[in-house]
Design a protein around this ligand. Structure first.
Ligand code: B12
Length: 315
């Protein structure tokens, strides 16, 4: 039995994704922007982005035989009582409060893929932030929103605290229509608020200046010039999402239980990671996004975060 696009989207919603759409696996229309971004060195040490450039520009190459992408959004917005408060010694990005989304979103996406296979798909390959594919562009193409000035995929009714998941398939599904308009208008709140000035142009983030890159990806000592601008972040950064009017207006707390607070470190205690050994860190954070930087870098990040909060020049 084969199914149509509406049935796939209805199943995605039943599983708990807040939005779903279908995009054809045509070549990227932003290949030149990606090439310029890489050539400018904005990827920093994320060399995999250079290696994957060809496939990002031609996503069909990522899964031979696939012709369509089913794209879903998974809401991770934090409830008010889990957002940073004035008494915190450091801040952790909202997406890292709970279990690792690579596991959680993938698990639910896998259910969708299995359902598609049971309904006629010969191929249903899942990706969540782990593939050589332009996820935001595919989501935009699937009609799930527009790429905002901060480069986030913004959904007009849900905002941008979302993970993007995709299933590459050989099912000939009816495609969605991308939004014709970009609703950022003249707003520049994200550019103005970014603590390190990382949004260097309209829809261009220099990752090497972004606190998300610095706290999660950068294994070396961060540039000294950024230290005073650390703005209290010890893992990731939410500023360009927090100030976005589409989140202020529309973001609603996630209902995915695994994304809600579990092994959250005591953010009021600046020594929380110093007081923990590797075994204790692994016990509490192995299945959370904090495992990526690991204990040593979390200690470094908290040192930078707390120092920036003491610095009178910091924001
Ligand atoms: C590398 C990466 C990063 C890097 C670089 C970010 C960046 N802006 O490129 C760092 C570590 C900094 C990072 C940070 C974050 N990331 Co990240 N990241 C990625 C990853 C793996 C690749 C992104 C990429 O290809 N960058 C290269 C640049 C050139 O591409 P791009 O930013 O998408 O830019 C496009 C547009 O700018 C566009 N463009 C250029 N000019 C123009 C002009 C116009 C008019 C338009 C419309 C578009 C446009 O063309 C570019 C190419 O398609 C994706 C997953 C994936 N496979 O796609 C996740 C992903 C983008 N990240 C995600 C998240 C959640 C985050 C953070 C919010 C995490 C946090 N709280 O700390 C921050 C947000 C920072 C930000 N504003 O981008 C989500 C975003 C979901 C969403 N709703 O948009 C993704 C999709 C992962 C996922 N599966 O959910 N990330």
């Amino acid at each position: 039995m084969t199914i149509d696009a509406e049935a796939v989207k209805a199943e995605a919603t039943r599983i708990g994704f807040i939005a779903a759409g279908i995009a054809p696996l045509a070549p990227s229309i932003r290949g030149d922007a990606l090439d310029r971004w890489l050539a400018a060195g904005y990827a920093g040490t994320m060399r995999y982005l250079h290696r994957q450039a060809r496939r990002r520009k031609e996503p069909a190459l990522a899964t031979p035989g696939a012709i369509m992408a089913v794209v879903v959004l998974d809401n991770y917005a934090a409830p008010t009582d889990e957002q940073p408060t004035a008494g915190d010694a450091f801040k952790i990005a909202a997406y890292a409060r709970g279990m690792d989304y690579h596991v959680v979103t993938h698990g639910r996406l896998h259910q969708l893929a299995e359902w598609m296979k049971a309904h006629g798909a010969g191929l249903a390959h899942t990706w969540v932030d782990d593939g050589p594919i332009p996820e935001r562009e595919l989501a935009e193409r699937a009609g799930l929103g527009w790429i905002g000035r901060n480069t986030m995929l913004i959904h007009p009714r849900h905002g941008s605290y979302t993970f993007i998941g995709t299933v590459f398939t050989d099912l000939a599904l009816e495609v969605d229509t991308p939004r014709a308009t970009d609703l950022c208008g003249t707003c520049t709140r994200c550019i103005d608020a970014c603590p390190t000035g990382a949004i260097i142009d309209d829809r261009v983030v220099d990752a090497t200046r972004c606190l998300s890159y610095q706290t999660i990806e950068n294994r070396s000592e961060p540039p000294a010039e950024l230290a005073p601008q650390w703005d209290g972040w010890a893992f990731g950064c939410d500023v360009c999402n927090d100030v976005c009017p589409w989140n202020v207006k529309f973001a609603t707390p996630t209902t995915v239980p695994e994304f809600s607070r579990r092994a959250d470190p005591d953010r009021r205690n600046p020594d929380v990671f110093e007081q923990m050994d590797e075994a204790a860190f692994t016990r509490r954070f192995a299945d959370t996004p904090l495992a990526r930087p690991g204990l040593a870098r979390m200690r470094r990040n908290v040192r930078l975060a707390t120092a920036s909060r003491r610095d009178p020049d910091s924001r």
